[in-house]
Design a protein around this ligand. Sequence first.
Ligand SMILES: *Cc1c(COP(=O)(O)O)cnc(C)c1O
Length: 361
Amino acid sequence: MIPFLDLQKVNERYAEAYHQKLDEVLQKGWFILGDAVQQFETEFAAFCQARHTIGVGNGLDAITLLLRAYIQLGRLQEGDHIIVPANTYIATILGIQQAGLVPVLVEPDPVSFTLCPIQAKRAITPQVKGIMVVHLYGQRADMPGLAALATEYDLALFEDAAQAHGISFYGNYCKTFSFYPGKNLGALGDAGAVVTDNPEVAAQVRLLRNYGSPEKYVHSLAGTNSRLDELQAAFLQVRLPHLLDENEHRRQLAARYSAGIVHSQIQLPQVVDPSLHAFHLYVIRTPKREALQAYLLAKGIQTMIHYPIAPHQQAALKHIATGPLPITEQLHREVLSLPISPVLTYEEQQIIIDCLNAFPG
Ligand SMILES: *Cc1c(COP(=O)(O)O)cnc(C)c1O
């Protein structure tokens, strides 16, 4: 059996270092916003070549709190519209809603799967005040094009980088990350972060994540509780130094898939520039998706679908107003994610490639 992602194997490589971190935290007896959070925030900011990282509870909260910070600072108003790709994970859309803003779902580019400036431009109205880009599957969207659009229309530009840890970013736009265990940089539980160069935004997010409290028992605004957990921060410190090596292994695997898979019914993902792709996922397209997935499973190969139901077709978002989204709906019918991870071996991968090429469909 080749699992889609063997998290046990991913983490067992770091077991000794994790145990040591647990011992250190136990020894200090400080479990909330302690040294590990502070150190990880410094290390991750340096890694992203940004001034500030604010650790929060998860990736959804990172999006919500970043947008709430913009509202606190008067750069956005409640009810403003934010452009977002229609084929993202639902968290991006929920984060916008939870900040009191209105998501405007836009069709992605069908080849890169990410937001394109042409489609985004068509969705601009006087109410639109921002764009939330998603680097879906780990591939950087067309940031130069989207940045030019944002400048032309005076829109705030944000990046949901939950799938893109370690890519080379463009400019210094505010970014949000998730450290959910299966992400390229994963914790051993929930965790997330906001990354920004702007000291005012950083200060607002810092307040919002901790009850709006600049000092203990003083509350300057009605914040929430979404602190990065001290233990998770300590575990993330263990993994961060290995992230680029792990991404490089993913990149090699992706190149091997792209060179090795040859099948008339399978469309390979377009990689614009490998250095701008974290290969969180390697996603093929096929009109025979259900048959291919069942065939691979029968051969002992587990695959996943990211995502089986489009956000606008979810019961949770049934009241959201959108125009027709045929590209998004077709992608949701055709995408299939193949195993890719820092612990998938080339031998395992060759079995997958051989099976794919022999698919009778
Ligand atoms: C994982 C993910 C999130 C949400 O992260 P959580 O930590 O699970 O809240 C948001 N956006 C995208 C694109 C994601 O992949």
